[in-house]
Ligand binder design. Structure first.
Ligand code: 5GP
Length: 123
């Protein structure tokens, strides 16, 4: 995976409002919107507004305010969607082995049904 942020990735375009999204939450640091190809009844993508490629990039480079705002937003959205009672899953795919398609850090928030095993198949 490249170490240089690509300003033409889809989520950068969504942040610049060049591409529409179904927003469910926004603040100074965070945007959250529905995944275009949902894998569960609730499938939200939570992204920082900053230019971070991956969870590792975000964890290493983001400010404390950005990190706090991000995880507070994940928790708030999960609560607003009433996910904690039944349980839910958060996923941050990274790079080639992680199956990351969009090189802007994002957390998938999935729930609304039993999601089954974490991975499709064992190693
Ligand atoms: P990744 O594989 O990078 O972890 O996940 C990228 C996600 O972005 C996929 O679940 C895919 O369906 C979603 N996605 C890709 N393009 C768009 C788009 O234009 N709009 C929205 N809302 N989601 C998108």
């Amino acid at each position: 995976m490249t170490s240089v942020y690509d300003d033409n990735n889809i989520f950068a375009k969504i942040l610049r409002r060049e591409i529409p999204c179904q927003s469910v939450y926004e603040d100074d640091y965070v945007l959250a919107f529905r995944d275009i190809a949902p894998k569960a009844p609730v499938h939200i993508l939570v992204i920082p507004k900053g230019r971070y490629i991956s969870v590792a990039d975000f964890g290493a480079q983001a400010t404390a305010d950005e990190i706090t705002a991000f995880w507070r937003a994940v928790a708030k959205i999960a609560n607003d969607m009433e996910l904690p009672a039944g349980g839910f899953r958060t996923i941050a795919n990274t790079g080639l082995h992680g199956g990351q398609e969009v090189p802007h850090f994002h957390v998938h928030l999935l729930g609304g049904r039993a999601l089954g095993p974490m991975l499709a198949q064992a190693a």
